[in-house]
Design a protein around this ligand. Structure first.
Ligand code: ADP
Ligand code: ADP
Length: 221
């Protein structure tokens, strides 16, 4: 589903050069739930951003859902990202002055769909994360775990084949973290969604199919 070959990432400024990723080769199978761990600064977010086509590698090739990405125009990239990928972040990234339902509808605004269809899809996504009773709330009126479940609903509303999650339980206590993790596990099992998750939590990582460890920009396991 995702194939990275010899991926390098160098961050250059006028004074420093950082080799953030060094020759990463990684295959993520369709339907796999993969976690990525490693110390702060080892390149986890960089790797996830490259998989999510949010950032370009300095070298190497990326193949996602049978498409080689390097020939894509910016517009094609945006379209591909919007139709195939869903993103979840540690700090939720919800828009606080939009109601929950409107937050979840956001990714659909870039597609051909009517307001009625958007509402139906967003309601369905909120049902899947157990938040049908919070559609008219604002994010600030919800707990951290509920906010992350809204973010998951927003990530899945367009029915992506891949979810990329950057420390989705990082801001949550263990009870709420487990709830969020259970939703991701069910999504992977029931819908076959491929998931790549960065985490600092060994317990969460051990619930996934496979763990990749990074150290200083290189894969060590
Ligand atoms: P359990 O831990 O409950 O025994 P498994 O780890 O065996 O579950 O996997 C549960 C399901 O996930 C299986 O049906 C299997 O097909 C799928 N699965 C497990 N590992 C992978 C993988 N690396 N890639 C894709 N699917 C996988
Ligand atoms: P992690 O997610 O594992 O904490 P990152 O992928 O954020 O690591 O960062 C990997 C390395 O790249 C770090 O050494 C970091 O300082 C560097 N880095 C990340 N983003 C930038 C940037 N925009 N400019 C320069 N260096 C960066």
């Amino acid at each position: 589903m995702i194939k990275l070959q010899n991926i390098q990432k160098v961050y250059r400024t006028s004074t420093v050069e950082t080799l953030a990723l060094n020759s990463i080769n990684l295959d993520v199978a369709k339907g796999e739930f993969l976690s990525i761990m490693g110390p702060s600064g080892c390149g986890k977010s960089t790797l996830l951003n490259i998989m999510g086509l949010l950032d370009n590698p300095s070298g190497g090739t990326i193949n996602i859902a049978d498409q080689t990405i390097d020939k894509f125009s910016d517009k094609q990239l945006a379209q591909f990202r919007n139709s195939k990928l869903g993103f979840i972040f540690q700090s939720y990234h919800l828009i606080n002055d939009l109601q929950v339902l409107d937050n979840v509808e956001l990714p659909l605004l870039y597609r051909d769909s009517t307001a009625k269809e958007r509402k139906a899809l967003a309601s369905e996504a909120l049902e899947k994360v157990g938040l049908s009773n919070r559609m008219k709330h604002f994010p600030t009126q919800l707990s951290g775990g509920q906010r992350q479940r809204v973010a998951i609903a927003r990530a899945i509303v367009g029915n992506p084949s891949i979810i990329l999650a950057d420390e989705p339980t990082g801001n949550l206590d263990s009870a709420m973290g487990n709830e969020v993790m259970d939703i991701l596990i069910n999504l992977n099992r029931n819908e076959g969604t491929t998931i790549v998750m960065v985490t600092h939590d060994e317990n969460m990582a051990h619930k996934t199919h496979r763990l990749v460890r990074l150290f200083d920009g290189s894969q060590v396991q």
